[in-house]
Design a protein around this ligand. Structure first.
Ligand SMILES: [Zn+2]
Length: 300
């Protein structure tokens, strides 16, 4: 029996990273290229990276993480501001260039899935992840499933309003968490205890609202700022516990930093695509046995 290998791609604002991952989440090979402009050039670069790792493609699956909203069928990028992509049929564009089945996933959701399968959220079924970098992203795992919502933009923790009428946000609203707790809100790289105290103050508030809504067992801090580890996790943990106590909640979620680092995007995309494909395969075969195969086959 040969070990199963997966392929994942993570499209960032400046570079596209890709890797071959085994079913234990270990990275066996990696490749990266600068992010070009335009959907055609991006799809070409993704296809070239897949070929570099996987030859001409073998009919298997690839997961592609993007910093933006993704359609609920995981085929299209609805909107990705940094990449200037809008309603881009990215899965089609990649599949037309290389022999592989592509699945598109939001990058914070991909990171959350990687942590759930192999990292700091392993074994946890209810997780709120917040990624703090230049901006703030988020992902939600409820009863072991990623929550994408009706339109594909669930979990946008960065655009929860924490200060009504406050600082103007690029999204068009005011007072979004992103404007108070991100790297760009600090206008410098977070380094000092004071920086982390400011981030934790606002992050803890946003997470208390998420906790009142979803009651997660674990809050996971990811993104570049999470490299600070306990310097950020500790003040966030105490702020969150204090705010929940004010709501009469005497148990607060665990607060941990993510374990997988910058590879989490392509690891999670690869694993989610493989898990999604095997779930679809299992459902297809189960329904074929019931004589309903045609009905499910039209879902993709
Ligand atoms: Zn906003």
């Amino acid at each position: 029996m040969t070990a199963q290998l997966w392929t994942g791609v993570d499209i960032g604002g400046t570079k596209i990273a890709a890797g071959t991952v085994d079913s234990a989440g270990r990275v066996l090979a990696r490749a990266q290229r600068p992010t070009p402009e335009g959907e055609t050039a991006i799809a070409q670069t993704v296809a070239a990276l897949i070929e570099e790792l996987n030859g001409s493609g073998d009919g298997s699956v690839v997961g592609i993480a993007v910093p933006g909203y993704v359609s609920t069928d995981h085929r299209s990028v609805l909107y990705a501001a940094n990449l200037e992509l809008q309603n881009t049929r990215l899965a089609d564009l990649v599949e037309s260039r290389v022999n592989i089945n592509a699945l598109v996933i939001n990058d914070a959701n991909a990171a959350l899935w990687a942590e759930h399968r192999f990292g700091a959220a392993r074994g946890e079924q209810n997780v709120a992840m917040v990624t703090v970098g230049t901006g703030i992203g988020g992902g939600l795992l409820v009863n072991g499933q990623l929550v994408v919502g009706q339109n594909g933009w669930a979990g946008e923790i960065g655009h929860m309003v924490v200060d009504p009428g406050g600082r103007a946000c690029g999204c068009g609203s005011r007072g979004c968490l992103d404007r108070y707790a991100s790297g760009s809100a600090l206008e410098k790289e977070a380094r000092t205890a004071e920086d982390f105290a400011q981030i934790a103050h606002w992050l803890g508030f946003g997470l208390s609202q998420v906790s009142m809504l979803l009651d997660p067992g674990l809050v996971l801090l990811g993104g570049g700022v999470s490299a600070a580890g306990e310097a950020l996790a500790q003040p966030t943990r105490s702020r969150l516990a204090q705010l929940l106590a004010e709501h009469g909640r005497d148990t607060a979620p665990l607060v941990r930093t993510a374990a997988l680092g910058p590879d989490a995007g392509f690891i999670g995309a690869a694993a989610y695509a493989a898990d999604h494909a095997s779930a679809a395969y299992a459902a297809d075969h189960a329904s074929a046995a019931l004589g309903q195969g045609a009905m499910l086959a039209t879902e993709r």
